[in-house]
Design a protein around this ligand. Structure first.
Ligand code: SF4
Length: 79
């Protein structure tokens, strides 16, 4: 566990929201993420850990973004 995780809002809410069922956007989780004081650190770690991974190997909402959104961000950053 890294230091920034001590301030993670999702730790106060529970994890179910961050792993929405197929076809759901995870909107409730994302709304919490947008208010989270460590969103930047969370997203940075997710992008570092998942770099080059396929959609199937990415799970849940991290840093306010779902797996497909993180792939799009990675592709955009590389362009
Ligand atoms: S940005 Fe979202 S997933 Fe990341 S620590 Fe904050 S609440 Fe949790």
């Amino acid at each position: 566990m890294t230091e920034w995780q001590d301030d993670a809002l999702c730790a106060e809410v529970g994890t179910d929201l961050w792993f929405p069922e197929a076809g759901h956007t995870g909107r409730d989780a994302k709304e919490v993420c947008y208010r989270c004081p460590v969103r930047r650190e969370c997203l940075t770690d997710a992008m570092r850990e998942e770099h080059g991974s396929s959609h199937e190997r990415r799970f849940g909402i991290r840093g306010g973004l779902g797996p497909r959104e993180r792939i799009a961000l990675e592709k955009g950053a590389a362009a």
